[in-house]
Design a protein around this ligand. Structure first.
Ligand SMILES: [Zn+2]
Length: 121
């Protein structure tokens, strides 16, 4: 879906799928987040690994990095979470537009167009 004013893509409604070792009381899933527990297993490393945990599209991933004070180095240990998308749902925040700015610009242009049309009639 594209913004009817500027043609930019409208934000997809994605859900964050957060990998955790074990459940805690802070993991309350909602419509924006769900949790997957890997227990003692390894952190997912690739998008293919993420796909095993969803039947939706994997649109982005975030890596999990751990800093060691001993080695003074940051190590990438896998994927912390990914965002899944059903392939059809967009965030309806701004209606047919990518932003309120575009909605305003579109409205102004439309009023000007209507005034020109009326003046010509
Ligand atoms: Zn726009």
């Amino acid at each position: 879906m594209k913004c009817v004013h500027c043609g930019k893509g409208i934000q997809k409604h994605t859900k964050r799928v957060q990998f955790e070792l074990t459940p805690t009381k802070y993991h309350a899933g909602d419509r924006f987040t769900r949790y997957v527990y890997i227990g003692g297993g390894a952190w997912p490393l690739t998008i293919a690994d993420c796909r095993k945990h969803t039947n939706q599209h994997v649109v982005s991933v975030a890596r999990k990095k751990i800093f060691s004070h001993e080695t003074d180095k940051t190590t990438d240990i896998g994927i912390a979470f990914f965002n899944e998308w059903d392939g059809e749902t967009y965030l309806p925040r701004f209606g047919f537009f990518c932003s309120n700015n575009c909605a305003g610009e579109f409205a102004k242009a439309e009023v000007k167009r209507q005034r020109r049309t009326r003046a010509a009639a």
